[in-house]
Design a protein. Structure first.
Length: 353
């Protein structure tokens, strides 16, 4: 099979002490303590299969997100599963999946795994644009995957631009707005992309509990979809695709906006501090709307040297050469202490190289 494997953020082999983990866009506060309590309580009942309708979780998501019809919410084992199941439902040999130049890698993995071609259209200044996307649409296009904000660029299209794109997109293309980082933009934006789903029969919003909810290892994602697509999804998913610990954690976490607000505020503060500090070191760092930044080291060699330099100090960030960005490194916004550590190390690096 030609599928390129997904390269995870990973662990640092051979590290002796604690490792500063800034490679996978995880929440530095960990999970919401209420989610930990809920998982501990649920642990006593893991001999019983979960509720296959996931009604309580879907209702909790609907309440928190202002969604009227919980039947149009589906849940999944990480949002990766949504990417795979939508591709399985709607694209196959002879079909095309559309994405932009620096898109999240699982879209291409999923397209290839299902025999569809993955077409990438250019971005401008690391940002997706409606004209380039529309120019990439053909008779064969089945799905447009657009992460907004995007990983690994951190950039996003405005709601107005998304709306115009939605209006211009032919109805045979399923428009999947991947909101993995939507919480870092804020509740108004979350509501805006929810409402885009209601404007058309071809638009889906997918979300994850892996990032701001701090539940990456629990593997929990969800999507808000048109009724017909939700029904198709429910027919083909595994009957117990989400485990009961994830269900308990998800209900607790999504019902507590205070934890999300606190995490977002920390991220906004430190994202700005890190962007300013990296720019001051001469590492051009574009504005990010997500929970990571993407400094430019000027050459692939210098980016690789910086990555090695950080690893030698037990600091793990993400090389993004596989995303067509070999001169950059992606650095997650971590705890204050970890952010200070990576900035201090990069100050030392740039002072000498
Ligand atoms: C844009 C985007 N979409 C989806 C995912 C998948 O997340 P998960 O499967 O953990 O929900 C990620 C993870 O990094 C991501 O960055």
């Amino acid at each position: 099979m030609k599928t390129k494997p997904y390269v995870p953020g990973g662990k640092l082999a051979g590290a002796k002490g604690p490792v500063v983990m800034l490679a996978s866009n995880e929440n530095p506060f960990g999970p919401n303590p209420l989610a930990i309590d809920a998982m501990c309580e649920a642990a006593a009942s893991v001999h019983v299969y979960p509720d296959p309708t996931y009604g309580a979780l879907r209702e909790a998501i609907a309440r928190a997100m202002g969604i009227e019809d919980a039947n149009r919410i589906v849940v999944s084992s990480g949002s990766d599963e949504i990417i795979h199941l939508l591709t399985q439902c709607y694209a196959g040999p002879g079909d095309e999946i559309l994405q932009t130049e620096h898109a999240f890698s699982m879209y291409a993995v999923s397209a290839t795994a299902h025999g569809a071609a993955c077409i990438s259209v250019p971005e401008t200044g690391l940002t997706a644009g409606a004209n380039a996307i529309l120019a990439g649409v053909s008779e064969r296009t089945r799905i447009l995957f657009l992460a907004n904000p995007n990983n690994p660029t951190g950039t996003m299209m405005s709601v107005d631009a998304l709306t115009a794109l939605q209006d211009a997109l032919p109805p045979h293309v399923l428009f999947v707005i991947d909101g993995a980082y939507a919480e870092y933009v804020g509740p108004d934006y979350e509501a805006a992309i929810r409402d885009l789903v209601d404007r058309r029969a071809n638009t889906v919003m997918m979300r994850t509990f892996s990032k701001i909810h701090g539940l990456a290892a629990a593997r929990l994602g969800w999507a808000y979809l048109p009724q017909e697509i939700a029904e198709t999804f429910q027919r083909i998913r595994g009957p117990f695709n989400v485990n009961s610990l994830a269900v308990a954690a998800g209900i607790a976490s999504i019902s507590d906006p205070a934890f999300i607000d606190m995490s977002r505020a920390h991220n906004t503060l430190w994202r700005a501090k890190m962007t300013d500090a990296l720019n001051a070191m001469g590492l051009a760092t574009p504005g990010s709307e997500a929970n990571f930044v993407l400094p430019d080291f000027g050459s692939a060699e210098r980016a690789a040297a910086a990555n090695d330099f950080l690893k030698a100090r037990d600091i793990l960030v993400r090389a993004v050469g596989g995303y067509g960005l070999p001169t950059r490194l992606r650095i997650s916004v971590g705890s204050a202490e970890d952010n200070e550590a990576v900035l201090a190390a990069l100050r030392d690096f740039t002072a000498s190289r």
